[in-house]
Design a protein around this ligand. Sequence first.
Ligand code: NCD
Length: 306
Amino acid sequence: MEFRERDIISIKDFTRAEIDYILETAEAIEPIAKSTSDMLRGKILATLFFEPSTRTRLSFEAAMHKLGGNSIGFAEADMTSVKKGENLADTIRVIENYADIIALRHPLEGAARLAGEFAHIPIINAGSGAEEHPTQAMLDLYTILKERGRINGLNITLVGDLRYGRTVHSLAYALSLYDIRLFLISPELLRMRREVLDVITEKIEVLESASIDEVLPETDVLYMTRIQKERFPDLAEYAKVKGAYRIDLESLKEAKRDLVIMHPLPRVDEIADEVDETPHARYFQQVWNGIVMRMALLALILGATE
Ligand code: NCD
């Protein structure tokens, strides 16, 4: 298995064995995440974020720092030469002189793939429009594994914006490599993309519905998502689905006692604050797992692990 100098563009570029190896690496690196190391001393990560982010960018940077490396980058493309009309390919050709690896978030689908073709250094897709968010899927798998002890055999329910939500696209592809049942809950307008369904229904049992109640009693992992308002071409359409799902203590009455609730964050109104105090809530644990997973990925790609 070779990870050195590899791009992470789509979760579909990884085999089950590779993903399992990444999960094992994350487990091995977790103790280091609690302190620091100098594994990547002298290495530089560039974070190029053309879209808003809190967790993804800061966790990549923190992961690099914890491994002894450094980070540079921007979170506000308006302050860069992009504003003067520089295209993505040229931006990448410039940045690769300054860094050893790039984490890129861009509003256009295909942007990360394109960047990967131009760059001579590894590109990590930190979100490509509504398309994919592969490192989020890896940290989500790691969270499921840690919280449930396994991935196989679980009933996993993805709820909310399955059309514009990139995290659920990557996660659905990743989960289809395991032996699970997948419940997809969304308003009709926000059903899982056809291209994702085509791939995953070949591999696992998938059930689509508009109601959480129907599947909640059987659910082991409930993955809530935000309706992606900024991606709607028409805000009148957004108004129809806004607030479609909300989990609170009342709605969890029928849930399994060991139900795990996840959310890539940010949340808007999908999970009531009162749920945070229950043993089901794991979305802040997921944030921690994000830094662990990104340390593992940086170490693997930059060749710091044996
Ligand atoms: C998500 C994203 O940017 O796709 N956030 C994240 O990276 N954890 C989810 C979202 O914005 O709803």
